[in-house]
Design a binder for this molecule. Structure first.
Ligand code: GLA
Length: 653
């Protein structure tokens, strides 16, 4: 970090920099420049060059953080009970964090803007610490993590939206004026919008918060676009206490923002090899009959699967979705022996849990009716026939932690799928805050106490895939929709926000959910190979030919897994390119019409590659291509009804 003048700082990331300054009156911090290294040398593109009419100076400034009062017309980042104006106190850098401190003596609060630049990637994390200087509680109705002004008059916003089973639909909107808002009040980031936004494919934000949130973008009267993000309040801060907001990650790229987010994910993930898994949920549902599970496990092992996961339905009282949650004891007395038998067939063992949930019929609820979210004198709201535990309570945190400790020590479990199948109701911003922070604590506990256990994050599919969660789990389940063409769209959207090593994907027998067009086994495999491969089909019914095709594809996946999980990604049209030093892997799918070749004349379909560093490449059949050919003409694919997806591996020739 370089301090240029007394009140200006340039934060350096891998190839980009972010320069903030205190405005001459000491009233706020403002953005001077954000872009490739050196962009700060020259007049700021954000500075107001005109007279100000009918708004305040703050409304026209590229302000970094504003309480309501100080910036009355263009949206505040912080709202207390009454208005607030801040005055700069000091700026200091320590331990890689720049802290700019402001105080409002009248309203009784201190606000510290915190900035942590990442040296290895082009991401800057921002958050705010608010201290209550009053001798009574301070209520924060809105508590943003950060705001940032961009020099864009008519932004093109890219965002991910959807619903359960249709998450991560990538969409774009141009905003000539006015505002745009995405949010969740579900107590989890939710299926409807991901807490992620990009502007002109150049600037991006992603919020590290696993509860309710909002992100807005507004075209301001001065012509700047201001993006704001934060958790949903209100929260109450006790006298003398400090509230720390979630972090907002800010990314910049002149090339491809998804690559910056992928690099950031890789930085935040612990190194772990992701086994090829089998999950029996789609095959057997709630009927977890151990001999049948063992049959599935043995077939899976023969196919080359490395991990067998028993999903919902293994515990007492769980015959359907009306009971059992909370009573985390195996239904069968033979469960322990079953786990060992699965392991003796050469597979690791994984288990599904939903630690935050409780069924009304459970013993846990009978014993602790006061542990769930509900209003005094009213029945709690049920969704999927279940309630949520108030994880913010110390006794619930203890229960969840000790339950997981018990399961993980009683059985040799190396994989935990942590699900959460309903949104929160009867939960204020404050309860949300306490719940989320204890959810993180449990995840941290799992990492420190059971480091060999991989954790899959899931919330009815992709309801909780925020940056905080992905930093603490090993993989996430993006959607319950495993139907091939739907899944392809979901995955391509997901990969704009997160890296492939986090993306769990299964080969299933699922018919189309929204798009019912069937696809070959190979298509379904190549699709699941785009991230962390799993099988969810009822393999007992696969023919000998299907099993041998599956075994070959699993073996092929193991060969390319390191490149898929660690390579640089290009999201292409119906294809993904993964590039590593000595290998380029291309996965491609045909979703369009067929040309009729070879029955009639026609040419191959092509996928044009990017970023090739060698002069020429050779594929596994010995075909040599120049980099120019691959870049400008493309890799050829001859699609037919049965050959509707493929894997191509290229090595420098
Ligand atoms: C959620 C998950 C599924 C499965 C079921 C079990 O919907 O997303 O993968 O685990 O719960 O009830």
């Amino acid at each position: 970090m370089t301090r240029w003048t007394q009140d200006q700082w340039t934060l350096r990331m891998a190839t980009t920099s972010y320069t903030v300054a205190i405005e001459p009156g000491g009233r706020w911090a403002e953005l001077v420049a954000w872009g490739p290294h050196g962009v700060e040398v020259g007049p700021s593109p954000l500075q107001n060059r005109g007279d100000i009419h009918f708004i305040t100076e703050a409304d026209a400034a590229p302000i970094e953080y504003a309480p309501r009062g100080e910036r009355p017309f263009t949206g505040a980042d912080l709202e207390i009970d009454g208005d607030s104006w801040l005055t700069f106190e000091s700026g200091a850098e320590a331990d890689g964090v720049l802290r700019l401190s402001f105080v409002d003596e009248v309203a009784g609060l201190r606000v510290v803007l915190c900035y942590r630049p990442e040296a290895a990637v082009d991401v800057l994390s921002r958050w705010v610490e608010v201290t209550n200087l009053r001798d009574e509680p301070l209520r924060l109705a809105r508590i943003g993590s950060a705001g940032v002004c961009l020099p864009v008059r008519e932004p093109r916003l890219s965002f991910l939206h959807g619903e359960w089973a249709r998450e991560f639909q990538l969409d774009h909107v141009s905003l000539p004026a006015g505002g745009f808002r995405i949010s969740s009040s579900y107590g989890v980031p939710g299926h409807n919008h991901a807490p992620w936004l990009s502007v002109d494919d150049t600037w991006g934000v992603s919020l590290a918060w696993s509860g309710s949130w909002e992100i807005t973008a507004e075209v301001e009267p001065s012509g700047l676009t201001r993006v704001r993000a934060g958790m949903l309040g209100p929260v109450v801060v006790g006298p003398g206490e400090t509230f720390v907001t979630p972090e907002l990650a800010l990314a910049y790229s002149t090339d491809d923002l998804s690559r910056v987010w992928h690099a950031y994910d890789r930085l935040r993930s612990r190194p772990a090899r992701k086994p090829v898994l089998y999950n029996s949920w789609e095959a057997t549902g709630f009927e977890v009959d151990l001999p049948k599970q063992l049959e599935l496990a043995r077939i899976a092992a023969d196919l080359g699967v490395e991990l067998f996961v028993v999903d919902d339905g293994w515990f007492v009282g769980r015959h359907d979705d009306t009971g059992g949650l909370g009573d985390w004891y195996p239904e069968s007395p033979d469960f322990g022996a079953f786990v060992e038998e699965v392991r003796s067939s050469g597979l690791e063992f994984g288990l599904w849990v939903e630690p935050e949930s409780v069924s009304p019929k459970s013993r846990l609820y009978a014993e602790h009716p006061d542990w769930v979210y509900k209003m005094d004198g009213r029945e709690p709201t049920l969704i999927r026939n279940q309630m949520l535990l108030n994880l913010g309570l110390p006794e619930v945190y203890e229960f969840v932690t000790s339950t997981l400790d018990r399961l993980l020590t009683e059985h040799r479990i190396s994989y935990l799928k942590w699900d959460m199948n309903r949104p929160a109701t009867e939960r204020s911003g404050e309860l949300d805050d306490a719940h989320v922070r204890n959810y993180w604590r449990v995840l941290e506990h799992l990492r420190s106490q059971h480091p060999h256990v991989l954790v899959e994050g899931c919330a009815g599919g992709g309801g909780r895939t925020d940056l905080a969660t992905t930093g603490m789990v090993d993989v996430v389940w993006p959607s319950d929709n495993t139907a091939p063409l739907d899944r392809l769209k979901i995955q391509q959207g997901f990969l704009h926000m997160h890296a492939p090593h986090l993306m769990s994907s299964w080969v299933t027998d699922a018919p189309g959910f929204f798009d019912a067009r069937p696809r070959s086994l190979k298509f379904r495999f190549v699709l699941a190979m785009a991230g962390v491969l799993g099988i969810g089909a009822d393999v007992r019914h696969w023919s000998a030919e299907e099993r041998s095709e599956a075994a070959a594809l699993i073996a092929r996946y193991k060969d390319i897994r390191d490149v898929v999980h660690g390579g640089e990604v290009r999201l292409l049209n119906d294809a993904v390119q993964y590039s590593a030093q000595d290998q380029v892997v291309v996965l491609a799918w045909n979703t369009g019409s067929l040309t009729g070749v070879p029955m009639v004349p026609g040419q191959s379909s092509r996928v044009r590659l990017r970023d090739l560093t060698a002069e020429s490449y050779v594929d596994e059949d010995g075909q040599v291509y120049s980099a120019a050919h691959l870049t400008h003409v493309g890799v050829p694919f001859d699609w037919t009804a049965s050959n509707d997806a493929d894997v191509v591996v290229l090595r420098p020739a």
